[in-house]
Design a protein around this ligand. Structure first.
Ligand code: FMN
Ligand code: SF4
Ligand code: SF4
Length: 277
């Protein structure tokens, strides 16, 4: 089967899912490359045809696919388009996110021919509490690109699209997770809950540092910050993605969650990316 169009569909507030998706698509090397970026807004209905190879990459939030990503993907449909799905997570765990994404896209007509779980720097990572800092790094991106090349070989080996076999993503190998750090993490989370320690509802803003440049307004995926009122965040719209925190040129925004230190301490051992095809 020949490869014509390759389309990357992504939702990626802090760009790690985007970068993984781009590397996979680069490895597949289609004639034409399209991007449907759902990060900042939803889109009109799109129906992909059988001759478009679709790559979908989204972040894991709380062991699930980011709910806003799923909501925006409701506008997508396919007629058996060969599809690669990947979830990107911050080195803790992706739990059922890959399966969830698989079921979601399969019921919308996408034919999942390959899957992957990749590590991205955690949204809550800070210089004081690094969590998978700098990932995906060069090696991760090379791994993603090589995965794309393998997908390309699989597609090219099929005589027609109906001969391209799907994949059962439940059979993907889980990364190794040492027991004691996980146990420590769970014990500390229970302790925090018992003490009634809550997650902050929105990032904090240092009003002395904010220059009202508007970066956070433009890059918030859910319109939680209004132009001209950048030091205030609408908690009912904030999804805690940390795009504004990581991108603020003045470092005026911080999201001080008590989980950052726990995640940094208990998941310091870097996990491996995994693929199935
Ligand atoms: C609200 C929220 C929940 C998260 N939950 C998890 C999780 O359950 N497991 C994990 O390993 N990483 C988790 N992360 C980290 C992200 O999955 C990770 O940083 C990912 O690379 C972000 O993708 P993006 O750069 O495309 O936005 C979470 C991040 C956020 C903002
Ligand atoms: S990105 Fe930072 S400096 Fe710019 S408006 Fe937002 S908080 Fe202020
Ligand atoms: S205000 Fe909330 S939703 Fe908007 S970019 Fe910042 S953390 Fe993300």
């Amino acid at each position: 089967m020949e490869i014509g169009k390759v389309c990357l569909v992504t939702f990626s507030p802090t760009h790690t899912s985007y970068r993984i998706g781009e590397a996979i698509a680069h490895g597949i090397k289609g004639g034409e490359f399209l991007i449907v970026d759902l990060t900042l807004h939803g889109i009109e209905q799109i129906k992909f045809s059988e001759d478009t190879i679709v790559v979908i990459t989204v972040p894991v939030y709380g062991g699930h696919v980011s709910p806003l990503a799923l909501k925006r993907m409701e506008a997508l449909e396919a007629i058996s388009s060969p599809t690669v799905i990947a979830v990107v997570y911050g080195n803790r765990a992706y739990e059922n996110a890959l399966q969830e994404l698989d079921s979601f896209v399969s019921t919308r007509g996408f034919k999942v021919i390959a899957g992957g779980t990749f590590i991205g720097e955690h949204s809550y990572s800070t210089p004081a509490y690094p969590i998978a800092k700098g990932r995906p790094d060069e090696e991760d991106l090379q791994y993603a690109e090589t995965f794309g090349e393998e997908v390309r070989a699989k597609i090219c080996a099929a005589s027609a699209s109906d001969k391209l076999y799907g994949v059962d993503v439940r059979r993907i190998l889980r990364p190794r997770q040492p027991f004691f750090p996980l146990f420590r993490f769970l014990r500390k989370v229970i302790k925090l809950r018992k003490q009634g320690v809550l997650m902050p509802r929105v990032p904090k803003v240092d009003t002395d540092k904010c220059t009202h440049c508007g970066y956070c307004v433009k890059h918030c995926p859910n319109g939680a910050i209004a132009e001209g009122d950048e030091t205030h965040t609408l908690d009912e719209r904030c999804i805690h993605c940390c795009a504004c925190v990581k991108g603020c040129p003045q470092h005026a925004r911080t999201f001080d969650t008590p989980f950052a230190s726990l995640l940094s301490e208990c998941f310091s051992k870097q996990k491996e990316n995994r693929i199935i095809l």
